[in-house]
Ligand binder design. Structure first.
Ligand code: ASP
Ligand code: MG
Length: 440
């Protein structure tokens, strides 16, 4: 059994839904995770926001536009009037439910419930299409098994037990469809796994069922060795170790939700990134293997702020770093990069919502300097310290770029540079030219 996840663009129109149907019926017994049709979750966020602001008229107008769009899809998707009628009735109920939120006081739970309708609609539409095509398809409601615990983390035991129970009770289907993104929480309210969370749903299912493979289908040919929006001639990376992929996803590769592959990694289930536009292309395989002796890819993360704290009191003092880190912890601000010297420490953050307060507190411990509009460049591959010369190739590539911080040795898989955002394109191009010459 495999898990196959298709994102919003892959189910973004009746035509794309039909293409997905073709892909997923090539094999039997897989579980298919679908996102909402592209743009829908954004519209639902807008609707929720209007309800929150008590602008019912605007909310109803956005709902009306969304409804019209969905109704237009029906004759293009189905060939039988019976399926059109059945799906229309279902969608009407969904849009009515959205209008009905007018009559309840808005709170967080209502907002999250509103967001859940996108995936509920897309999965219903695709399931009805498959049934019309004669495929024995079961739609498993994600809200019946996907659950987060009180701490917001997935309740793996519950998810595993419930899903296995459902599958065991329904063995006679060729295909199982479910919603990405949405879940229940520990107070029994509808919740979600954060924006872009459908990847996470797929990986959680793959992990609890110990599936053969988790496939994430998008419209690009796997993870590229550099940012294709900035650098020409990037090429897809064929294989990545879980940790390499996590670094790349966190540091800018948009193709995968950064936290999502952790459950797959713990369960040892390989994740494959595939392209709906070119289904036969090999894509990128993410697993536990570590290809020795190669640098795989480069990614960049913008909007980074660097903070330097210098104090002669740090010299030979114990507890200085702890005090500094505690301040960031108090403000729930996570640190990405750290470098130290005898008299100072530099670190980088991307969430600046508490920057002023943090700087204020840091001033107790030393002189504080802040550099904004910075960018982290992350180079990923076999960067074990015993591997002579690799960090030098990366630093050599940046010989023309002012580098604010370098972080190396934190893991076996990466070296990161903090540079000015305005130097990003130059740095990424130089790294591609130096590191992937042979590949291009
Ligand atoms: N539909 C949700 C979103 O747009 C989840 C996803 O697509 O992964 O964020
Ligand atoms: Mg996505």
């Amino acid at each position: 059994m495999k898990v196959q996840k298709f994102g919003g663009t892959s189910v973004g129109s009746p035509q794309r839904m039909k293409e997905v149907a073709q892909l997923i019926t090539a094999e039997k017994k897989n579980i298919v995770v679908l996102s909402a049709m592209s743009g829908t979750t954004n519209s639902l966020v807008e609707i929720a926001d209007y309800f929150k602001k008590r602008n019912v008229e605007a909310a109803n107008s956005v709902i009306g536009k969304l409804r019209a769009k969905y109704m237009d899809h029906l004759p293009n998707l189905y060939s039988k009037q019976e399926t059109i009628d059945k799906t229309r009735a279902f969608l009407e109920e969904q849009f009515q439910a959205l209008h009905d939120y007018t009559s309840v006081p808005f709170d967080d739970n209502v907002g999250k419930a509103i967001l859940s309708h996108g995936e509920i609609m897309s999965t219903n539409m695709v399931t009805n299409y498959l049934c019309e095509q004669g495929v024995k398809t079961m739609l498993i409601p994600a809200l019946d098994f996907m659950r987060i615990a009180e701490n917001g983390e997935p309740d793996m035991a519950f998810i595993g037990t419930k899903l296995k129970e459902i599958l065991k009770a329904n063995p006679d289907y060729d295909l199982y469809i479910t919603q990405g993104f949405i879940c229940m929480n520990s107070s029994n309210h509808i919740d979600n796994l954060q924006r872009g969370g459908s990847d996470y749903t797929a990986c959680l299912i793959g992990a609890v069922l110990r599936c053969e493979e988790i496939q994430i289908w998008t419209d690009i040919d796997g993870m590229h060795n550099n940012d294709p929006r900035v650098v020409d001639n990037t090429t897809p990376v064929r294989q990545l170790n879980f940790e390499e992929a996590a670094e790349l996803a966190y540091f800018g590769a948009k193709i995968l939700h950064p936290t999502c592959i952790q459950p797959a990694r713990y369960a040892g289930v390989p994740v494959r990134l595939l392209n709906t536009m070119c289904p036969s292309a090999p894509g990128t395989l993410i697993n536990n293997d570590m290809q020795l002796g190669s640098i795989k890819a480069v990614a960049a993360k913008d909007n980074i702020t660097a903070i330097k704290i210098v104090s002669s009191r740090m010299l030979l003092a114990t507890g200085f770093l702890r005090k500094v880190f505690e301040i960031f912890e108090t403000y729930n601000t996570s640190i990405d990069m750290v470098t130290t010297s005898e008299v100072g420490v530099s670190l980088s953050i991307d969430d600046t919502s508490h920057l002023a307060a943090i700087v204020e507190k840091l001033k107790q411990y030393g002189t504080v300097e802040v550099d904004e509009n910075m960018c982290i460049i992350c180079v990923v591959g076999d960067l074990r310290w015993s591997n002579v010369g690799f960090e030098t190739i990366a630093t050599d590539a940046l010989s023309e770029v002012p580098v604010r911080m370098i972080s190396y040795g934190g893991s076996n898989h990466n070296i990161s540079f903090l540079i000015r955002e305005e130097d990003k394109a130059k740095a990424l191009c130089a790294l591609s030219a130096h590191l992937f010459k042979a590949a291009n």
